[in-house]
Ligand binder design. Structure first.
Ligand SMILES: [Zn+2]
Length: 218
């Protein structure tokens, strides 16, 4: 399954925050890298609005953390932009689309959080919406990542979070390497590596991640 994806050309993950590639997509990205994918990341904000790690030059710290994590995950190139963290949904869609289009550089697949934004964060939804628009415009494949409804419900009940469940036609569970994901997560020291919601989500998800791949237009 993932091997088929790899043969189509480079894959570009379009993310809102430095750590989304690890906390969210770490399992999927490392599985793709092992399968031989040419992986790139476009991160739209520097994560400067996080309440964790405030008081230092957080944008710089998070850039370095992202580079280290991306390298572990097998990502060959990272574009980190400085749209407002927490404000992506207020950026003109055309402005987001322009940078996603620029970052493609021959990408055949766009990798995104599924449309609910997974955690419900408006930045996640805005990043995904832009990537999906560009995929439609350019006729590219989309790989969406999300969590099963049972996982979302358990997290929301235990932590009062707002996770959306990912289900429906074409959704599948693929086996992933959590060890590599945990190593990448550990690179994001400023973002509380002992994040209980994250730890519980990965525990509930077990050895699989939930994805849906939408074929490119002919
Ligand atoms: Zn995020």
């Amino acid at each position: 399954m993932l091997r088929d994806l790899v043969s189509g050309g480079p894959a570009l993950a379009v993310m809102a925050h430095p750590d989304d590639e690890s906390f969210g997509l770490g399992g999927v990205l490392s599985a793709l890298a092992v399968a031989g994918a040419d992986l790139r990341v476009l991160c739209l904000t520097s994560g400067e609005a996080s309440t964790l790690g405030a008081g230092v030059d957080l944008a710089t710290v998070r850039r370095d953390e992202l580079s280290a994590a991306a390298e572990l995950l097998g990502v060959t190139a990272v574009d980190l932009l400085d749209f407002p963290d927490g404000g992506l949904a207020t950026v003109a869609p055309d402005d987001l689309d322009a940078v996603v289009r620029d970052a493609l550089r021959g990408a055949a697949t766009l990798i995104v959080f599924e449309a609910s934004g997974v955690t419900g964060h408006p930045d996640h939804r805005a990043a995904t919406a832009s990537a999906v628009r560009i995929a439609g415009e350019q006729g590219l494949r989309v790989l969406e990542w999300g969590v099963a409804p049972t996982v979302a419900e358990a997290l929301n009940a235990e932590f009062g979070t707002d996770f959306g469940g990912f289900d429906g036609d074409g959704v599948i569970d693929v086996e992933v390497d959590r060890e590599m994901q945990f190593a990448a997560i550990a690179c994001h020291e400023s973002q509380a590596v002992d994040n209980p919601v994250l730890a519980r989500r990965l525990e509930l998800s077990g050895r699989v991640d939930r994805i849906r791949v939408t074929a490119p237009r002919d």
